[in-house]
Ligand binder design. Structure first.
Ligand SMILES: CC(C)(COP(=O)(O)OP(=O)(O)OC[C@H]1O[C@@H](n2cnc3c(N)ncnc32)[C@H](O)[C@@H]1OP(=O)(O)O)[C@@H](O)C(=O)NCCC(=O)NCCS
Length: 191
């Protein structure tokens, strides 16, 4: 691992002022604006570490717990938490600051999996990660754990899909907020 890099080497922050054109119909910032900024900071951070072009493969745990307001200064702090062969997991902490009152709120933390590609679009090996303190080690270990959970969750979901019998399970809808007006001959438009 001659070309290994520290976590600090690729640590990246993007800061952007939330202007009125970013607002939704309720006057708060569109979730899509924040997702786009998160994707940008993940790209910059992962590319710095990989030294190649990277693509976004998956995004975990996007939950906006508090709304972001117009006029707030949003900072997205990204660092590489984990590296595999061609993949990297970038942790992103999003904070929003009210610049009049200097109060800061943590809006969410998410994890972007990025994959490094070479100039021909083939998977590229990423450099190793030098873990310099307990925080770096904790994040790497947690990323491994989340990766493991994600793999088992995926197979449970796939299994649930293939074994789902409608007639056997339809009683589960008894207390749900839906009305069944079933026409077995009718096809969904998007199958
Ligand atoms: C992601 C992609 C490279 C995977 O290709 P593949 O031929 O299936 O390759 P592999 O199965 O060998 O996976 C490559 C790496 O991606 C990781 N990976 C693949 N799918 C993943 C997923 N859903 N979540 C997390 N990691 C994933 C694998 O674990 C592997 O990591 P490693 O090299 O560190 O061990 C391919 O699907 C792709 O190019 N997707 C398009 C991505 C893109 O263009 N994004 C932009 C948005 S439009």
């Amino acid at each position: 691992m001659d070309n290994a890099k520290t976590v600090n080497y690729s640590r990246t922050t993007i800061t952007e002022l939330m202007i009125p054109s970013y607002a939704n119909f309720g006057g708060k910032i569109h979730g899509g604006i924040l997702l786009s900024l998160m994707d940008k900071v993940a790209y910059a951070c992962a590319t710095k570490h990989a030294g190649t072009y990277v693509v976004t493969v998956s995004v975990d745990n996007v939950e906006f717990r508090q709304p972001v307001e117009v006029g707030e200064l949003v900072s997205l702090h990204a660092s590489v938490n984990y590296v595999g062969n061609s993949s990297l997991i970038v942790g992103i902490k999003v904070v929003a600051e009210n610049i009049k009152t200097a109060t800061v709120k943590h809006t969410n933390t998410s994890y972007f999996t990025m994959v490094a590609k070479d100039d021909d679009g083939k998977l590229a090996q990423v450099p190793g990660l030098i873990l310099e303190n307990d925080e770096d080690i904790r994040r790497f270990l947690e990323a491994m754990k989340r990766k493991e959970i994600k793999i088992s969750y995926k197979s449970i979901l796939a299994d649930a899909k293939t074994t789902m019998e409608i007639d056997e399970n339809v009683h589960l809808l008894d207390n749900e907020k839906c009305i069944i007006k079933r026409d077995k001959d009718m096809q969904s438009e998007w199958v």
